[in-house]
Design a protein around this ligand. Structure first.
Ligand code: ADP
Ligand code: MG
Length: 552
């Protein structure tokens, strides 16, 4: 099979204005970035209030192997197949971060015959949204140090500054640094560090904001440090207006197309551990007004991205979820069934059946939200007939083989039909599992026991003291986002398959007051990844005509 970029180059793209016309987006609301990418004015959404919403399909996954099990690829394939069977559909996705593009995982524009295009633009710089987020983030950082340098009226404690610098790169050397060296003209030396832009609260805020006013308000609320009179927020250093101004274009959803010329919004890209892990609410809401079936992807597995979507994102945006598609792969189930990473390509039906336990937990979890579930088995070329049959026969929920990677929409017709049939015949009773008015500890208890299957939640001393600080500052009943490993349903990456009854440890808390949640940290969460020994970057190249190779 051809590489992703070779397949992408063979595709015939339509002028983006024609894609917009298909969605009835008026010309004055469209801001083309070249021929194949356009931004849609976010204010267009305000003119569509009278239109009914389409159905919302949330794509999530079982606990993956580190390579990813195909949520993006499945989301794109499903949306293309829905269009193919005559249902108007838009897929909404996150923007790829350059960290994984150059690291292990590669880009995030789908794969095989299920891609969003132009993939080299989407994966590299795109419309500059991530740069805008980086710059807005770093403006705030620069203004903090300037404030300290010029007298520090707010009494910011140099040892308690929570706002780091940001960059869209995997660069472990910048995790912990010392800044302002070189004499008094350069300010006050202190420890600092970088996080990757996807982990910036500005990214989370951009993805949750309703409009520019809400964006500015949320940025102003962000807690950046401890000062002499308590918590210091962005509004205390008056940075929110300029930061929001830097995001004036980033707030507008990016319209692109799939390899089969169906519409796609690729907009915003927050992490699914310390943030909520889905594309902008504006893009999803706009898509719901412009099509009958919106397919959206939540980051990581269902215990992370889908839980956050169903308990936090959808209530925040006033969204109703009509169905959940859980992506499963045979290689991941074999992994959960005990097969080592190096032997995942060998047939092992017993391991697959054992690993179905992981899928079962995620299905049960999604049903706790009252949403109907369809399992999409993402077919890899190494899967054998016997293994596939074992999954289709033993899956605890309706399960359909999906071959969109190898065949495009044709490979996902059965999945699209199954999803439509489910939505038409099994009405969703979607309701969040976590009531919004519970205290933080009770929210964590609910998620840990019901979703992560823990027996008991324990708090370290650090977590306990942070929690009392949060309560003192009025965050005691805030929504909770739990940051934990994506490699297990539990807080321990080594506990594969379906762990239960274990002790779940909360180690620390962070406050994301702009995004509107408290982050409970359960494990070491990497906010600035590093490059591996052989990064994807070494295979990426460009020739004299600007032809790029090696992107995937
Ligand atoms: P996720 O969104 O779950 O992280 P992706 O859809 O991005 O996963 O897929 C992860 C990687 O696996 C991508 O490089 C993609 O091209 C590849 N991939 C996905 N599905 C298949 C498949 N069926 N066969 C081979 N490779 C696949
Ligand atoms: Mg993805």
């Amino acid at each position: 099979m051809l590489s992703d970029i070779e397949i992408a180059k063979q595709a015939r793209l339509k002028d983006i204005r024609d894609i917009a016309k298909f969605l009835d987006i008026p010309e004055d609301m469209l801001k083309p970035y070249g021929r194949y990418i356009a931004k849609v004015d976010h204010r267009y959404l305000n003119t569509l209030n009278a239109k009914p919403n389409g159905k919302l399909i949330l794509v999530t996954a079982i606990t993956p192997t580190p390579a990813g099990e195909g949520k993006t690829t499945t989301s794109i394939g499903l949306s293309m197949a829905l269009n193919r069977i005559g249902k108007k559909s838009i897929v909404t996705l996150r923007e790829p971060s350059l960290g994984p593009v150059f690291g292990v995982k590669g880009g995030a524009a789908g794969g095989g015959y299920s891609q969003v295009l132009p993939m080299e633009d989407i994966n590299l710089h795109f419309t500059g949204d991530i740069h805008a987020v980086t710059t807005a983030h770093n403006l705030i950082a620069a203004m903090i140090d300037a404030h300290i340098n010029h007298g520090n009226e707010l009494g910011i404690d140099l040892r308690k500054i929570y706002w780091k610098r940001a960059m869209d790169m995997n660069d472990r050397a910048l995790r912990e640094i010392v800044i302002a060296l070189g004499g008094s003209a350069n300010g006050y030396p202190r420890e600092d560090g970088f996080l990757i832009t996807a982990a910036s609260e500005i990214m989370a805020v951009l993805c949750l904001a309703k409009d520019l006013t809400d964006l500015k308000r949320r940025i102003g609320e962000i807690v950046i440090a401890q000062g002499k009179n308590g918590l210091v927020r962005v509004k205390d250093i008056q940075a929110e207006g300029a930061a929001a101004a830097l995001l004036k274009d980033a707030i507008n959803p990016n319209l692109v197309q799939t390899i089969e010329n169906t519409p796609a919004f690729v907009h915003g890209g927050p992490f699914a551990n310390i943030a909520h892990g889905t594309n902008t609410l504006i893009a999803t809401k706009l898509a719901l007004k412009l099509s009958d079936y919106v397919v959206t992807e939540a980051g990581f597995a269902a215990d992370l991205g889908a839980q956050k979507f169903l308990d936090f994102v959808a209530p925040t945006g006033g969204l109703f979820v009509d169905a959940v598609v859980i992506v499963a792969s045979i290689r991941a189930m074999k992994y959960h069934g005990g097969v080592s990473k190096d032997n995942l390509n060998e047939e092992n039906v017993d391991a697959v059946i054992k690993g179905l336990e992981n899928l079962k937990v995620h299905i049960e979890n999604m049903k706790k939200y009252g949403v109907p579930v369809v399992v999409a088995l993402n077919r890899f070329s190494t899967d054998t007939e016997k293994e596939i049959e074992a999954v289709l026969k033993n899956s605890p929920a309706k399960c359909v083989l999906n071959e969109a990677y190898a065949k495009g929409s044709e490979g996902a017709i059965e999945l699209a039909k199954a999803v439509v049939e489910t939505i038409e015949n099994v009405p969703s009773n979607y309701k969040p599992l976590v009531p919004s008015d519970l205290p933080v500890e009770q929210k964590i208890e609910l998620i840990a026991k019901e979703i992560y299957r823990a027996g008991k939640v324990i708090y370290t001393d650090t977590a306990k003291s942070k929690l009392s600080m949060l309560k003192k500052n009025g965050f005691g009943n805030y929504p909770v986002i739990i940051a934990k490993t994506q490699n297990s349903i539990s807080d321990d990456p080594k506990k594969i398959n379906a762990p239960s009854g274990y002790e779940f440890t909360v180690r620390d808390f962070q406050i994301s007051a702009g995004a509107g949640f408290v982050v409970a940290l359960a494990g070491e969460i990497m906010l600035m990844p590093g490059l591996p020994k052989a990064p994807a970057a070494v295979n990426i190249d460009i020739d004299e005509n600007g032809e790029i190779t090696g992107l995937f």
